[in-house]
Write a protein that binds this ligand. Structure first.
Ligand code: T3D
Length: 258
């Protein structure tokens, strides 16, 4: 049987592709648990410097597979704690940058997945919809946390209440994605972007991710303390020495050792 997640590494970029295209990559438990497992493998693989999550076919992810809900023997709370929540925690806790490469429609928990990346790259034809209210559920998998931080409380509530589609152009303006690439060259553009990120200092980016996330729920005072502590780890690294030497020698720094 074909895997629900395709995985391949090229030039330090591990691409994990949701692979149920006939259902717009709607998520069943196999897909969610396999994706989380693949992220953990990428974490411990020294060859991998950046992880890309994307979708096969015309969709990114249509959220929970609605054909896979009845008879699963779990309450909603248990199910979220078993599948979606570990996935989102793994993405945000990964010590490597994770790119959400949103190639098409991102709906429900698929929208949460689209929002959860450290960097979000969208194809021109992609869209995001908080479809949960269409089936009288509440936004989960982190959407209640991610969305208001980008667009504010009221805009988030409106998007959630009406399940309105956000286009790539609007997403870019609203801060729901960092870049929009043409549909035709999307995969190549994402790979090129990810390779540029892979050439950046991995250890410093790991600490940056840690510091930024801590700062999202801290006071300025706490953030200053956190920066002072983490800066020591960055300052003691060979990456920092290389960056300074390269600057003095007027050349590009070589942050990739393998
Ligand atoms: O623990 C828990 O279970 C709670 C967790 C909840 C998390 C959630 O994500 S809840 C939200 C679940 N998702 C949805 O409600 C989305 C349902 N899908 C749609 O609203 C639409 O399909 C889209 C807006 C995403 C895309 O629309 P469109 O017109 O581009 O495509 P389509 O024709 O509707 O879909 C194409 C096929 O994919 C179609 O199959 P068919 O008719 O060709 O055989 C459709 O049924 C299938 N599909 C799309 N989404 C899902 C799905 N099949 C199962 N589950 C889906 N979520």
């Amino acid at each position: 049987a074909t895997s629900v997640i395709l995985a391949a590494t090229h030039a330090g970029v591990r691409t994990l592709t949701l692979n149920r295209p006939e259902k717009l990559n709607a998520a069943n438990d196999d897909l969610l648990l396999t994706l989380t497992g693949e992220l953990r493998k990428a974490e411990s693989d020294p060859e991998v410097r950046v992880v890309v999550i994307t979708g096969a076919g015309r969709g990114f992810c249509a959220g929970q597979d609605l054909g896979d809900v009845s008879g699963r023997g779990m309450t909603f709370t248990e199910h979220l704690n078993h599948t979606y929540n570990p996935l989102i925690r793994t993405i945000r806790g990964l010590e490597k940058p994770v790119i959400s490469a949103v190639n098409g429609i991102a709906a429900g928990a698929g929208a949460s997945l689209a929002l959860s990346g450290d960097i979000r790259l969208w194809a021109q034809g992609a869209a995001l919809t908080q479809v949960f209210s269409n089936i009288a559920l509440i936004p989960d998998s982190g959407s209640t946390w991610f969305l208001p931080r980008a667009v504010g409380y009221q805009r988030a509530f409106e998007l959630m209440a009406f399940a309105e589609k956000v286009t790539a152009e609007d997403a870019l303006r609203a801060g729901l994605c960092e870049r929009v690439f043409p549909d035709d060259s999307f995969q190549a553009d994402v790979q090129a972007y990810a390779e540029r990120l892979a050439a950046r200092p991995a250890h410093a980016l790991k600490l940056t991710k840690q510091a930024l996330q801590a700062a999202l729920s801290s006071t300025l005072d706490e953030a200053l303390d956190q920066e002072a502590a983490l800066q020591q780890l960055a300052g003691d690294s060979w990456e920092h020495a290389e960056g300074v030497t390269a600057f003095k020698e007027k050349r590009a720094p070589a942050f990739r050792r393998q």
